[in-house]
Design a protein around this ligand. Structure first.
Ligand SMILES: [Fe+2]
Ligand SMILES: [Fe+2]
Length: 402
């Protein structure tokens, strides 16, 4: 793939990783992803971010189609996680830049990861401006969105925001722009990325959006470091609207039931819970935690506000994949959820209560007592599961209609 022109003298020079399946070890990325890097040609030629180490040759090849890599004067490192900085050592060696710009935390993490002796690192402050000739760059710190070193770079005259991990999606395609891609698939990819990566920092997302409004920044292009680039006003509005909604997490009339079953009894309970939800008109999804990556539950929570978890008990604990689901959800801190727990057992039966306590600890409003089934489930136990589904469904409806 050739470099892609975004605007006069502004190019995409990144790499598409079609085969990436495990993004940062916490999210499936069934469609792969991209590592976007950008070049701006001016009196000072600037490279914004690099790519994963594996794709360094591709990056250099693309840069070479625009200019000799030694002509790069400045490198801007918006974030030092490996997918954006993995190539930095070689790029610095080849390009010999006059300056490398990053945040104060970026410098710290750069020095910890690489041998930076002799590197011309220049720390930039939040709001600092840099003239590169006809253009000016403003650096805006976006601390903890999603790392302490994260910042974004705004190209004032062209109204281009190089947004790093913010506004990204795991999409691997030959298309580079959102308007060349299907909106429904895009929306799904945005939610998948947000709910597995950005969600815990939602208050900062809202603050950043508010700050952008106050600064009166306008955008012709929003260019994230993963996935597709937004270049129409309609797509940019869609992006902000979607982000604000994902960050706000309003109640949505849908439930997710995730279970892990040793001999099939807890599975039967999960389906009975689903019947209860259906009887009060609440749509739902059922996920077998053994057969699916734990991020599936997060993907479903993008459209659901009820979390119902069930597991058999083994060695006085829930089964291990369910523990993985719980740990994953807990760390990503979703808000505005109702829920409940269930599970079968053969001798001790601690799981439902333990899951229930975990739900409470993660701030889920538990609206039904945990349901246990001894072997079974027998008719009475299935009825209890059905009623649990009904209770959660009715509580959710109340929230949605409030
Ligand atoms: Fe990152
Ligand atoms: Fe990233």
């Amino acid at each position: 793939m050739k470099p892609v022109l975004l605007k006069d003298d502004i190019y995409w020079v990144g790499a598409v990783d079609y085969n990436l399946r495990n993004f940062h070890r916490y999210s499936r990325s069934p469609q792969g992803s991209t590592y976007n890097a950008y070049i701006v040609k001016d009196q000072k030629n600037v490279l914004f971010d690099t790519v994963d180490e594996e794709y360094c040759d591709e990056l250099l090849k693309r840069i070479s189609e625009i200019m000799d890599p030694t002509e790069i004067d400045y490198i801007v490192c918006n974030h030092m996680e490996k997918d954006h900085a993995g190539s930095i050592e070689r790029i610095v060696e080849v390009c010999r830049p006059e300056k490398i710009f990053c945040s104060a935390m970026g410098e710290k993490s750069m020095k910890a990861q690489f041998n930076t002796e002799g590197w011309p690192i220049q720390v930039v402050k939040d709001g600092e401006r840099l003239n590169i000739g006809k253009r000016n760059i403003t650096f805006l710190e976006t601390r903890m969105l999603h790392w302490p070193d994260s910042m974004v770079s705004y190209l004032e005259e062209d109204k281009v925001l190089f947004s790093n991990d913010a506004f990204g999606q795991n999409v691997a395609t030959s298309s580079r722009f959102v308007d060349e891609y299907d909106r429904t698939l895009l929306s799904h990819a945005m939610k998948d990325y947000y709910y597995n990566i950005i969600l815990p920092y939602s208050p900062l997302v809202l603050k950043t959006v508010e700050r952008i409004g106050k600064l009166g920044l306008q955008f012709d292009i929003i260019a994230p470091d993963h996935g597709l680039i937004f270049r129409t006003q309609d797509d940019i509005k869609f992006l902000f609207d979607t982000y604000v909604e994902m960050a706000t997490q309003p109640y949505k009339l849908r439930a997710v039931i995730a279970f892990e079953s040793l001999w099939g009894a807890t599975k039967k309970m999960a389906y009975a819970v689903g019947d209860g939800l259906q009887s009060v008109g609440v749509p739902f999804t059922i996920i077998d935690a053994q057969e699916n990556h734990c991020s599936m539950v997060m993907n479903e929570l993008a459209d659901s506000s009820a979390l119902i978890l069930g597991s058999s008990t083994r060695n006085n604990m829930p089964l291990v994949n369910m523990l993985g689901v719980i740990a994953n959800v807990k760390g990503l801190k979703p808000k505005n959820l109702v829920g409940a727990a269930f599970g079968s057992y053969g001798w001790s039966g601690e799981s439902p209560k333990m899951i229930n306590d975990e739900l409470v600890a993660m701030g889920v409003e538990v609206v039904a007592e945990p349901v246990k089934a001894y072997f079974g489930p027998n008719e009475a136990e299935l009825k209890a599961c059905f009623e649990l589904g009904q209770k959660v469904g009715l509580a959710l409806k109340e929230k949605v209609n409030a």
